[in-house]
Write a protein that binds this ligand. Structure first.
Ligand code: UGA
Length: 414
């Protein structure tokens, strides 16, 4: 927002985070973000504070707090509720509160009553950015969605002014009611999750008959109605969004009495979790059926490349499952070791991929980092104790690895 010409104050309750941001240091890795952050801080357009009173002059308040999964699978709305209460205490008359957090459908209309009682107005303005492409997706989004109260043209005008530079480059913008805007967000993530689990289900069938799911994905992907993106079979989806959003959607649909309509998302979730277990089984199978005391290298802990996020990461999950089976797991990731170590200090982490490979009896590739595609099967073969690799992302050139004497196992590929 600062780079789009606005004066911005970022508020958080975490003092260490605010102190780091004020020095221009992002608390996580995101390509391109550091430069924008530093430029904003240096120009003075971007400041940070733990005191909500510092936001009292704002014309627009974006709420971007997390809505994590609770024990029941539903979204935990504690933080977004607290943010609304804090903002209501300092809101200027007529100012806009724009919700970005992913919430269960129906939340915004009750939030609107609270904001309106405080003299403001509410819009629900869901976020579609992908980690790893967050800057690009924010400054040149596929679309903008404004969920507003019927007839609230002032809210639309305020958001148009906020997004003026983004609208200029041609982003489509849709104005909807609150419930539609909320649903758009979860429907988009549910569709993406379904697409990934669909191809992983095809991978299971392909494995049963010796077919190649990557060729299958290429072939069906040429059909414009289907499209090739998000048809990469493998260890499945993770992260802070897709897994929790489909579970939250199922929980909310049940509350609304339409649980059956999205019951298929439970299957999407099961296929996804099964994809992780299959990678573990392939690794254990490569070891002759017993992982106890065996040295296993896991390459990739971030839930996707170009991120240091390990929330619900398939790679970290596989590493933990293998450790639970008694394996001596040595894990590597180009960016995510610190965040993985924080969650699971009991795993062994190494900064150099060669140290992970050294002595490994099987290698599991779990995240498709560019660095791993560059691995030389010949050189890697001199480090490991046995040339066995499970490619959980179908990321490597199978023929090249087999050519160097590796027992190569992809997902849904002969
Ligand atoms: C996802 C959505 O793509 C964003 O549009 C949305 O804004 C975001 O959630 C959110 O709700 O905040 P993100 O979680 O950053 O973004 O990651 P994705 O690129 O969607 O990937 C999710 C997972 O699916 C990753 O673990 C990735 O490895 C996996 N994936 C992706 C596959 O297994 N196969 C594919 O073909 C594509």
């Amino acid at each position: 927002m600062a780079s789009a010409g606005h004066t911005v104050v970022g508020i958080d309750v975490d003092e260490r985070r605010i102190a780091a941001l004020s020095r221009g240091e992002a608390p996580f890795f995101e390509p391109g973000l550091d430069d924008l952050l530093r430029a904003g801080v240096e120009s003075g357009a971007l400041t940070f504070s733990t005191d909500i009173a510092d936001a009292a002059d704002a014309d627009v308040h974006f709420i971007a707090v997390g809505t994590p999964q609770s024990d029941t699978g539903a979204a935990d709305l504690r933080y977004v509720d607290a943010a609304i209460a804090d903002i209501a205490g300092i809101l200027k008359p007529g100012a806009l509160v724009a919700g970005k957090s992913t919430v269960p459908v129906g939340y915004a209309s009750t939030a609107a009553e609270r904001v309106e009682a405080a003299g403001g107005r509410l819009a629900w303005n869901p976020e579609f950015l992908r980690e790893g492409f967050a800057v690009q997706d924010t400054l040149a989004p596929d679309r903008l969605v404004y969920g507003v109260r019927d007839g609230d043209t002032a809210a639309v005008d305020i958001l148009d002014a906020v997004y003026a530079r983004i609208l200029e480059v041609g982003a489509p913008r849709l104005v909807t009611d609150f419930a539609t805007a909320e649903l758009v967000k979860v429907a988009a993530n549910a569709f993406l999750a379904t697409k990934i689990s669909f191809i992983n289900a095809m991978a299971e069938v392909a494995d049963a008959v010796g077919a190649d799911v990557t060729q299958l994905a290429d072939a069906i992907g040429y059909d414009g109605r289907i499209g090739r993106r998000f048809l990469n079979a493998g260890i499945g989806f993770g992260g802070g969004c897709l897994p929790k959003d489909i579970r939250g959607f199922v929980a909310r649909a049940q509350e609304l009495g339409v649980g059956e309509s999205v019951a298929f998302l439970r299957e999407v979730d099961s296929i996804n979790l099964r994809s992780r277990v299959r990678v573990v089984s392939h690794a254990v199978g490569a070891l002759g059926g017993d992982a106890g005391g065996r040295r296993v290298a896991v390459l990739g802990l971030a839930f996707k490349p170009d991120s240091d996020d390990v929330r619900d990461s398939p790679g970290l999950d596989v590493a933990i499952q293998l450790k639970a089976l008694g394996a001596h797991v040595v894990a590597h990731d180009p960016k995510a070791i610190a965040s993985a170590r924080q969650r699971y200090p009991e795993l062994e982490y190494v900064d150099d991929v060669d140290d992970a490979l050294r002595g490994a009896e099987v290698v599991v590739l779990a995240t498709e980092w560019a660095e791993y595609r560059g691995l030389d099967p010949k050189a890697a073969g001199t480090l490991v104790a046995a040339r066995r690799i499970v490619d959980g992302r179908n990321w490597l050139d199978a023929a090249a690895w087999r050519g160097e004497g590796w027992q190569y196992r992809g997902i849904g590929r002969p």
